[in-house]
Design a protein around this ligand. Structure first.
Ligand SMILES: [Fe+2]
Ligand SMILES: [Fe+2]
Length: 239
């Protein structure tokens, strides 16, 4: 396995590891580093990927400068290495929605996490992230996403998950591949809330969609969210 880093928006880096055997056509595990005065990492990667991911991050910022560790929800690819990062970065705190902290992170984190309310902003110095609660979207009670306001980057977590090892940024359609992957994984909670929540994200008018699995995009980002919401609306009602 090899891990690469690409700047996908101003001082926002996609750290990507392709795992060929993870799914038909292979699968990428991506983390995002916001290089600000107080650097933030969104997704830690699984615990066993910590050496690869941390070495790649350290080429951009020294690990001990990391200030915030954030992720979408509690699964190993999202946060398996959070305690390894807390150990490597003495000033770092995990930041998550209040519910996720109460249910899991107050216990699981080696240092107490920072609890965020829906819409709360963390100033990073040169960058600014807004925490957005997205319960059960795409899955998990404590699910949340982040929006970086200066670059209008939406960190989509598992939304738009697709297979393969595409480029860091693509101009190609991401909705079709995401719906094809959904047919394989059935990872999204198909309730009426999913479309409502995705439409709420579209109102942020993101310019960059930063995807955890697959290529990120800066092409018609708002329309991509609208199309995904429409497709999930249809699927929810078909169930
Ligand atoms: Fe997930
Ligand atoms: Fe994931």
């Amino acid at each position: 396995m090899q891990t690469s880093a690409h700047e996908i928006a101003d001082r926002i880096y996609r750290i990507s590891t392709f795992v060929p055997e993870a799914a038909p056509g292979g699968f990428t595990f991506n983390q995002f580093l916001i290089d600000a005065d107080a650097p933030l990492l969104f997704h830690t990667g699984p615990r066993r990927m910590f050496p690869l991911v941390s070495q790649t991050i350290a080429r951009i910022v020294p690990l001990e400068r990391l200030r915030w560790i954030a992720f979408g929800h509690l699964e190993s690819d999202e946060c398996g290495a959070m305690n390894e990062f807390l150990a490597a970065a003495p000033q770092a705190e995990v930041a998550h929605g209040a519910l996720g902290c109460m249910v899991s992170l107050d216990d699981l984190c080696d240092r107490p996490p920072r609890k965020l309310n829906d819409g709360e902003i963390i100033e990073l110095g040169g960058k600014r992230v807004r925490h957005i609660d997205t319960p059960h979207v795409p899955h998990n009670w404590e699910a949340r996403l982040l929006f970086e306001e200066t670059t209008k980057t939406l960190f989509c977590g598992d939304l738009f998950t697709h297979l393969g090892n595409g480029p860091a940024l693509t101009d190609s359609d991401i909705v079709g591949p995401a719906l094809a992957a959904e047919e394989i994984f059935h990872a999204t909670v198909l309730s009426p809330a999913v479309a409502t929540t995705i439409r709420r994200l579209a109102k942020l008018e993101p310019e960059t969609l930063a995807l955890m699995h697959g290529s990120s995009t800066q092409t018609r980002s708002v329309e991509c969210l609208a199309s995904l919401a429409d497709a999930f609306d249809l699927k929810s009602y078909q169930r």
